[in-house]
Design a protein around this ligand. Structure first.
Ligand SMILES: C[S@@+](CC[C@H](N)C(=O)[O-])C[C@H]1O[C@@H](n2cnc3c(N)ncnc32)[C@H](O)[C@@H]1O
Length: 266
């Protein structure tokens, strides 16, 4: 054995190190999987990425609703099992699985991202998620995203939950907001009007300034739509904002276009 030890140490050093899991494998119960798919409103036009896909159940459930899906999983046996499960469910042409570290995964193609991870892992992923295409839906089982409040949340009975004393699961939905923070200048009929937007996740405060007069408003950003209870709304068009003034009070701005301010003023 003494003579074997150096050879074993050399072998261990030569073999590629297996990446360690950041989260242990725990399944989402079937009824909770269905609730996640429902909360994300997954349909045939979606491309779903499940981060840490375990035995593949979320991607398979999405594929059964006609979506295409990719499960990212670091444990090779689980990847194999997922492929077999997808085949058995008859959705292997739409449900794919890749052995990969979720932190090294390109999330840009997803229209929906699902995850059952841990609070600190969600927080590590948050900056990357916030850079995704506006409108991308994110559904997380049990764990939130810190100060980024969910757009929707619900609690589901989970009698088959393998962990925890409370047999229930929390589900959270976020819709990635457009990144609109900044100062804008009105064009056309809004020429001479300055728009300032301050953004915190999907909430914003805005100010329209024209000839010494100022209108303040605030509200929410859902994907590329910026809406306020004052019915003074904006749609993101590339790096420009188009006004939709449902409120007659602001009709002078209806359909006006605002462009990002280049210098220090409009
Ligand atoms: C709590 S389980 C969730 C499984 C499945 N998504 C579900 O809801 O049933 C988390 C999964 O993430 C995987 N995982 C942990 N760290 C990972 C990493 N860095 N990259 C990819 N997968 C990882 C684990 O192996 C495990 O299968």
């Amino acid at each position: 054995m003494k003579r074997l030890l150096p050879a074993l140490l050399l072998l261990a050093w030569l073999l590629p190190a297996r990446a360690a899991e950041d989260v242990p494998f725990v399944v989402t119960p079937d009824n909770v999987t269905q609730a996640m798919v429902h909360l994300a409103n997954i349909g045939p036009e979606d491309y779903v990425i499940d981060l840490g896909s375990g035995d593949g159940r979320i991607v398979i459930a999405a594929a059964k609703r006609g979506a295409r899906g990719l499960g990212i999983e670091i444990v090779p046996d689980l990847v194999e099992k997922s492929r077999a499960n997808a085949k058995a469910a008859g959705v292997a042409s739409r449900a794919f699985f890749r052995e990969q570290d979720l932190f090294k995964t390109d999330l840009a193609p997803a229209s929906v991202i699902t995850m059952y991870l841990l609070p600190e892992v969600n927080l590590q992923l948050r900056p990357k998620i916030l850079q995704l295409r506006p409108g991308t839906r994110i559904v997380s089982h049990d764990w939130d995203m810190g100060e980024w409040q969910p757009d929707k949340s619900l609690t589901v009975d989970a009698p088959d939950k393998p962990i925890g004393r409370e047999k229930s699961s929390k589900l959270f939905l976020w819709i990635v907001p457009a990144r609109v923070q900044g100062d804008y200048c009105g064009t056309g009929k809004a020429k001479g009007t300055e728009l300032r937007l301050a953004q915190e996740f999907q909430r914003f405060r805005g100010q329209l300034n024209r000839a010494g007069e100022s209108i303040g408003f605030e509200g929410r950003i859902a994907g590329s739509t910026i809406s306020s209870p004052k019915n003074l709304n904006f749609f993101v068009e590339g790096d420009k904002l188009r006004v939709q003034a449902i409120n007659k009070k602001y009709s002078q701005y209806h359909r006006a276009l605002f462009t990002k301010q280049r210098g220090s003023s409009c």
